[in-house]
Design a binder for this molecule. Sequence first.
Ligand code: SF4
Length: 366
Amino acid sequence: MTAHHPGTPGQITRRLLAWYDRHQRAFPFRGTREPYRVWLSEIMLQQTRTETVGPYYECFLALFPDVHALARASEQEVLKAWEGLGYYNRARNLHKAARLVAGELQGIFPTTSAKLRQLPGVGPYAAAAIASIAYDEPVPAMDGNLNRVISRLFLVEEDIGTPSVRRQLYDLGLSLMPARRAGDMNQALMDLGATICLPGTPDCARCPLQADCKSFQEGDPASLPVMQAKRPPRQVDVAVCLLFCDGKVLLVRRQEALLRGLYVFLLHEGDAGPAAALMRVRRFAPRNIFVEEVGAARHVFTHRVWNMRIYVARATACLPVKDGVWADLETLASLPLPVAMRAAKQAARQVLMEEAGGLRIDKAAE
Ligand code: SF4
């Protein structure tokens, strides 16, 4: 048997671009080099699945068709349009960056990855993705897909969590960037990683780079990349209290870093028991109050899991609340609530609808 020589970076690039021309995935955010659109999609794609982003991207563009429209919107409108995508700091930074571009930069986006990184919320990955797609700058957009594909192609067997290995992968990525079509090359690597060179089980039989791939030829692609196990997320018990009064439910605007600016029901973090729930609602409804448990829910954040028990309580007077609103059905639907509140919101809607139905029956009986 003759010794195998893995492909040179130039060969890999040519072969992968040819494959991309025939097999690229179609998404609503592809096929444009307009910086506003590329920026928006790359920010959305950072922590959200590609398939999920499509419809959000289109709705968002319908509401805010250009950077000036986004800059003019209120933070609440932006958070509402982002509702369900999670990682809301992205939306807040997007809004800040839009105001910066529309104002100080007179509507013109920075044209290099180094300058793009100065925008709020644009890290190394997004800056490289935007610069390569919108301006053809030959920089690799190193995300999980690229790190995995490149560590396999070049048989990098060290822990990819360490800065020196990251740098090595970046340099290898850089060596794959063509002088033209850098954006396509980044997207080709992403598509290969998302459809063929999958985590855990690469489908090497279908891979256009099989002949070039060092780990396929000499190693065990499925075992790459080497990553140290992450610490498991912290489990937090949370009592979620739906406090009703006069056909309305109490929502408060989060001040804490996690989910800041979004509306939630009264929460007690650290204890999900009925005593904790009671303590939480007492401040707003001191007399004759009791809580009733109506359900449970679980939400997984990156570093934290909320194990929630949901309670219903009733107050006799809607005391004014700082940073909060007594919301009827319509207000409940219009305010931005995080996905973590989905089950509780459903329970609140149910109660409000029953009460509205009850009121109508009472009126009819009069
Ligand atoms: Fe990934 Fe296998 Fe292709 Fe190598 S041959 S790039 S491991 S799918």
